[in-house]
Write a protein that binds this ligand. Structure first.
Ligand code: SF4
Ligand code: SF4
Length: 393
């Protein structure tokens, strides 16, 4: 097999991986716990342990489809007894593959994604000029200095037809609560989280610099986000550029607005719901309680827990750039998650991440079973429960 050592000096490979993950990968003692925990092994064989082992020997096979599988869900690093940084090691191997243009199989989509991000600041192949079109008719102001929040909308909420409904519900709700906010519109670029995890470090840095400049030029101090991926990147990765902003996820603001009496809920029909913890809100950032506290405030909702909840939440399959790659039927984690929701008797699967909603909606359509399950963002369910709520999208 034509492996990376045919195209790159071995010393470069080892240095790349060390730069990304330190020497932590060396401490693996091959216990295999990571492979047991990894969601891939619910649908097909996959071994991050072997990838880490190869990396520690300086022999990663970058043509393998397997190096693109990790969704960076955070499960294995959170439980590895030796503190191995599997995600960083995996991303470092992807960086080598990206720098040599080696994109086997399903990862080929990354070329087009990278081109769209570089040209138009979004991964969906849409025009930059249309980034603010979702807000037409909603009286959303451009952010200006002195406003309390920059609402950083994010790519999927700006362009994806399903997600645009969430963005519109969000701003209607913010208006009703009297929140002082503005948006960047065409000056907004993808946060860069997923392309970084997919191995394109240069593109991540270019996107981050553009966003940071836009924030600083406008005097932004507090940023409200709907996506856990934006949340994670702004909070934990943009400080690498020596900047610090206060980052608030919508589920956190909802709780604050409800507890402060700025939103009044009337409730709707009685429903059994369950909440799916997105990896980048839960495992990566420890936000488990606030979304549940929000949902518990809605009259008529009965919140049920799936067995895999909180730190054991089952990944939807969309992180680490996988949202842009094809996953064959039978290998989609989202299919399993929908079945789990149905098994606890939920009528609505609620979450708070655009990747999770996209994957769940796709699975819902593909499964076409006799137990219809509604998929909702936490903002949508609160919006629908507001007193005097009227459809505005
Ligand atoms: S859980 Fe950690 S120590 Fe065990 S095999 Fe995986 S990486 Fe190695
Ligand atoms: S981070 Fe998640 S998807 Fe990636 S190897 Fe670990 S358990 Fe598997």
């Amino acid at each position: 097999m034509n492996t990376v050592e045919t195209v790159a000096p071995i010393i470069e490979i080892i240095q790349e991986i060390r730069d990304a993950g330190g020497d932590a990968f060396k401490f693996c003692y091959q216990c295999g716990k990571c492979d047991v925990l990894c969601p891939w092994n619910k649908v097909r064989p996959f071994s991050i342990r072997k990838i880490v082992r190869q990396a520690s020997l300086g022999l990663p096979e970058i043509e393998l489809e397997d190096i693109w599988r990790c969704t960076t869900c955070g499960t294995c690093p959170s439980q590895c007894p030796r503190g191995v940084e599997q995600i960083q090691v995996g991303v470092a191997i992807r960086r080598i593959a990206t720098s040599y243009g080696v994109f086997p199989g399903s990862a080929r989509a990354l070329r087009a994604v990278g081109g769209s991000l570089a040209a138009d600041g979004n991964p969906l192949g849409d025009q930059r000029e249309k980034r603010g079109a979702w807000a037409r008719g909603l009286s959303v102001e451009p952010f200006s200095e002195g406003m309390e929040f920059l609402y950083f909308v994010g790519c999927y909420f700006s362009y994806d037809p399903r997600m645009k409904k969430v963005a519109r519900a969000t701003v209607d709700l913010l208006h009703r609560a009297g929140v002082d906010f503005g948006i960047l519109g065409t000056a907004e670029n993808c946060c860069g989280e997923s392309i970084r995890k997919a191995g394109d470090e240069d593109l991540f840095k270019a996107l981050a610099r553009k966003n940071i400049k836009a924030f600083i030029d406008r005097g932004v101090k507090k940023i409200l986000v709907s996506s856990p991926h934006c949340y994670h990147t702004f909070k934990n990765e943009y400080p690498e550029f020596m900047v610090h902003f206060e980052i608030v996820h919508m589920s956190q603001l909802l709780l604050e607005l409800l507890e402060g009496g700025r939103l009044e809920l009337s409730g709707g029909p009685e429903k059994k719901i369950t909440y799916h913890d997105p990896c980048y809100l839960g495992r990566h950032n420890g936000i488990y309680d606030q979304p549940r506290q929000v949902l518990e405030k809605v009259p008529g909702l009965d919140l049920l827990e799936m067995p895999d909840n909180r730190q054991d939440s089952l990944c939807c399959g969309g992180g680490g750039g996988r949202i842009w790659m094809d996953t064959p039927k039978g290998e989609r984690f989202a299919d399993i998650r929908l079945q789990q929701a149905q098994q606890v008797g939920a009528q609505v699967l609620v979450t708070s991440c655009p990747y999770c909603i996209s994957n769940f909606e796709e699975s819902r359509l593909a499964l076409r079973d006799d137990h219809p399950l509604e998929i909702m963002d936490i903002t949508e369910i609160i919006h629908a429960s507001l007193q005097g709520s009227g459809e505005q999208s």
